[in-house]
Design a protein around this ligand. Structure first.
Ligand code: ADP
Length: 856
């Protein structure tokens, strides 16, 4: 922006706001518009598709400018946020009036990716969380806050020293923004996460503790890293304050999250099971398939249930019991769902009330929804389920005083924006009634003006109009035939029309406008009072909202189970895994009715706990593996599962790893990633875990891959600490020799071979026994590779198999060996090479060298 001297006062206000919020685009209220100036205007006009204009600022000269009507500021703010910008909204904080030179303006709200609470900036079914992180030498304190719903979760994670190591955790919590002490910003840069650095002093444990007290939360004494977690809470709260959120009023619950409280699903497993996001464009996620929740909070809770299933048998059974009740009571269920559909988002409404960002419509929806809860409670009161009983109790504690107060105060169909006025019911407030009555006579004068003046002047076409510049006026079109009354004063001449006022009109107008101003002011005062009244109920409303959300989820699970014929699994403390006629819900839905072939898993988890599944590509191995993981996950949300019957011992963590192909174009070795993930699993798995390895080792040469896969299986078999239930698929049929391991069983994806034409059909059934070959060429044929290529490949295969058998010795205990025998000079050279000290280039040169020698 232009020079330093000669700023106009408004420009000075703008620049001050910019200085106070250097990381934000400042949207500056000027009259009916929000404007952006200078370089920011140039950028914003591009991001928002707005016309770039300019404005003269006296001595500061002409400055680029673009703007938007004030009522659509949120639409534009949403676009700026989506483009990765932060937004400071600098509004007028006093009403412009004649004689006021400069309207006071202040930044009333800072919008950052993790601190949004405005309805139009949020997805109803996706939570928006902001995490405060405080690193200590022994770990990190975490406070994950959803300002839009008032929910906060605290915890300490040991052995974590960088942001990268927190990726899984932050992703599991749908965190959109992290807040760090300024000194700690060099600890990694997470992808897709906004980072806000604030002074370390703001990470005050004292402040965190005060918040806990305000919320009536358990201070967490004795919890690991308690102090760091409180400091993290202080930090994230300070960030919320800076954005003008009323954090102290706005949090309705603070929980401690202890390690092992829910099932651990890392980000890679969540992706591979497509829990919340589909892996392919046009695909469906598990959440999308399952989600029939009737409310926003229900939708958000279902997302959490799928992302963090339970691990306590007691707790699982409690939910199962509730779902089973609703499953058997279709009428109650549909009644319940019909009621829920008319409920609004209590959590977010209540948070907006606390932050004083709620309008009359918000408050009305809060009241109406709270008023519906007692009936909702009645609907489930008579069931035998303990959990439903608790929920009924929470729901019937809805604050009825508040409901009637809101209903008495607001007119039906209250407006969204309080600036519209007219939302307080007549008779609610005597002062407001007096103000309105005071203007009544003048208003009556204006409304009868037209008829009166027509009669007085004899001009039938006379009209009364209003605009903001001239106020009320009398408009006469066409040429005058009668002389006008003496008191008519001409105000404006238009094409074919003249506008007049009279002294009396001006007088009455002043009375009407003053009454309007005063009544609007009074209405806003009354609204503020009502919002303040909600404060004392925040915790209680939060409890109602959570009960409603749970009920929505439970009904959802029951509905899905009833529609798709799913069954309730039996979950206990054993280690078995028995799934009869299991199906993969996403593949089944994609294939259409009757197309999916169900499969069984049956292992006791002790004497038999590793299934090695061989079979060609496309035979259904991955589907089988994933369906087992998905069934366990679904069952531990407390809901029914796609099986004919199922029982298993609680699974504490699910890990699924899919063997990768190297991503050369991406310039990184996905094989390397795969191996580091495998290393991580070996560290974290317990005898209660479920491990699913799909073609692990595929991403390297055949011998490397085979050896790694075998070594991995041997380790998993022999190491008691990781004696998990394991499903391992491979297209290396050579691995079937591993059935010498007592707890391992071979299974294969069955194919039907037609020897006459040499083609195969996939049956998609998993049967005991190993595959004896890979059928790769058959698969190529099925995929439409030209016949010449297929038959030539068969020839080559026959030659290769006879020349150097890839058979692995089947005697027990023997390891895989490379069939590179003899003392060929290449072999000797190969043995001598120090692979670990070679650069990739040297390796390639060596290879090229050999190739040259092989083809002289
Ligand atoms: P693999 O892992 O053996 O390569 P996939 O599990 O990816 O095979 O399955 C390949 C395709 O076969 C799937 O996309 C699906 O269309 C089909 N399929 C897999 N399992 C079944 C099943 N149980 N019933 C019917 N079709 C199946």
């Amino acid at each position: 922006m232009g020079g330093v001297g000669g700023e106009t006062p408004a420009l000075r206000q703008y620049r001050n706001a910019q200085r106070e919020h250097p990381d934000c685009l400042v949207l500056f209220r000027l009259g009916d518009f929000f404007e952006i100036f200078g370089d920011d205007a140039v950028e914003a006009s591009r991001l928002l598709g707005l016309t770039l204009t300019g404005r003269d600022f006296g001595a500061a000269g002409r400055i680029p400018m673009c703007g938007m009507p004030h009522h659509s500021v949120q639409t534009y703010a949403a676009k700026l946020l989506a483009a990765g910008r932060r937004v400071a909204i600098c509004d007028q904080v006093e009403t412009p009036r004649p004689g006021l030179k400069l309207v006071a303006r202040r930044v009333v709200r800072v919008l950052t990716p993790g601190t949004l609470v405005e309805d139009s900036l949020l997805d109803p079914k996706v939570p928006l969380r902001c995490a405060g992180l405080f690193f200590e030498p022994e770990g990190v304190g975490v406070a994950v806050v959803d300002f839009s719903s008032g929910e906060c979760n605290l915890g300490g994670l040991t052995g974590v020293g960088s942001l990268d190591e927190l990726t899984d955790y932050l992703e599991a919590w749908d965190v959109a923004e992290v807040v760090l002490p300024s000194r700690a910003t060099d600890i990694g840069s997470p992808v897709g996460l906004a980072v806000s650095a604030i002074p370390e002093a703001k990470f005050s444990a004292e402040e965190g503790r005060r918040l806990m007290e305000a919320c009536g939360a358990n201070p967490g004494d004795g919890v690991q890293l308690q102090q760091a977690a409180l400091r993290a809470l202080g930090g994230v709260a300070a960030h919320g304050f800076a954005g003008s959120l009323a954090v102290f009023r706005g949090l309705s619950q603070i929980n401690w999250i202890l390690p092992g409280q829910v099932m651990d699903l890392d980000a890679s497993t969540a992706r591979s099971l497509e829990i919340t996001e589909a892996n392919t464009a046009g695909g469906t996620s598990l959440l999308r398939l399952m989600d029939r929740t009737a409310t926003g909070p229900g939708g958000r809770m279902l997302r959490r249930w799928l992302r963090a299933p339970l691990v306590e048998v007691e707790e699982i059974r409690r939910r199962q019991e509730a779902v089973a009740e609703l499953l058997l009571a279709p009428i109650t269920r549909s009644d319940l769902r019909a009621q829920l559909k008319t409920c609004h988002d209590l959590e977010r409404l209540s948070a907006r009330c606390a932050h004083r960002l709620a309008g009359p419509r918000d408050l009305q929806q809060l009241g109406v929804t709270l008023g519906m809860l007692p009936k909702l409670a009645c609907t489930i009161q008579s069931t035998g389920s303990k959990l439903l009983g608790w929920l009924a109790r929470d729901l019937s504690a809805s604050p009825i005083e508040l409901v009637s107060e809101i209903a008495a105060a607001l007119v039906d169909d209250a407006p969204v924006d309080s600036r519209e006025g007219g939302f307080i019911r007549a008779g609610f407030d005597s002062e407001l009634d007096r103000i309105v009555a005071g203007g009544a006579e003048a208003r009556e004068f204006i409304s009868s003006l037209e008829a009166r003046e027509r009669a007085r002047t004899g001009i039938k076409g006379l009209k009364v109009g209003y605009n903001r510049v001239f106020g009320y006026y009398l408009e006469i079109r066409g040429t005058l035939t009668n002389p006008l009354p003496d008191d008519y004063i001409r105000r404006q001449t238009l094409v074919g029309a003249e506008r007049y006022v009279t002294e009396e009109i001006k007088e009455k107008e002043a009375v009407v406008l003053a009454a309007q101003d005063r009544s609007l002011e009074r209405e806003q005062q009354l609204l503020a009072g009502l919002l303040e009244r909600t404060d004392q109920w925040t915790t209680q409303i939060g409890r109602c909202a959570r009960a409603m959300a749970q009920l929505d989820c439970l009904a959802n699970l029951a509905e899905v189970g009833a529609d798709w014929d799913w069954v309730m699994p039996e979950i206990d403390d054993s280690r078995r895994l028995i799934l009869n006629k299991g199906r993969h819900p996403l593949v089944e839905a994609a294939l259409g009715p009757g197309q999916f072939v169900p499969n069984d898993v049956s292992m006791d988890g002790e004497a038999e706990r590793i299934w090695l599944i061989t079979g060609p590509n496309m035979a259904g191995k991955s589907t089988f593996l994933r369906q087992a993981a998905i069934i366990c996950l679904l069952g531990q949300t407390g809901g029914p599962v796609p099986c004919a019957s199922a029982s298993w011992g609680v699974v504490d963590q699910i890990f699924t790893r899919v063997g990768a192909q190297d991503d050369l174009a991406g310039g990184r070795s996905t094989f390397m990633v795969e191996m580091s993930e495998v290393a991580n699993i070996l560290q974290r798995a317990t005898p209660r875990s479920l491990l699913v390895f799909d073609e692990v080792g595929r991403g390297t040469s055949t011998y490397d891959g085979l050896s790694l896969a075998q070594a991995l299986l041997e380790y998993l078999h022999d190491t008691p600490g990781v004696a998990a239930r394991i499903l391992f698929s491979t297209h290396y049929h050579e691995l079937t020799v591993l059935d010498r391991l007592p707890a391992l069983r071979n299974h294969r994806a069955e194919v039907l071979e037609d020897p006459a034409v040499g083609s195969i059909t996939f049956l998609h059934t998993i049967v005991p026994g190993g595959a004896d070959r890979s059928y790769g060429i058959h698969v190529a044929q099925l995929a439409g590779v030209p016949a010449e290529v297929v038959s030539r490949a068969k020839e080559i295969l026959t030659e290769l198999e006879s020349a150097r058998p890839l058979e692995v010795p089947r005697e027990a205990g023997q390891q895989l060996t490379l069939p590179l025998a003899g003392d060929h000079p290449f072999v000797e050279e190969l043995r001598a090479i120090r692979v670990d000290t070679m650069t990739p280039l040297e390796a390639l040169q060596k290879l090229a060298d050999w190739q040259r020698q092989a083809h002289p």
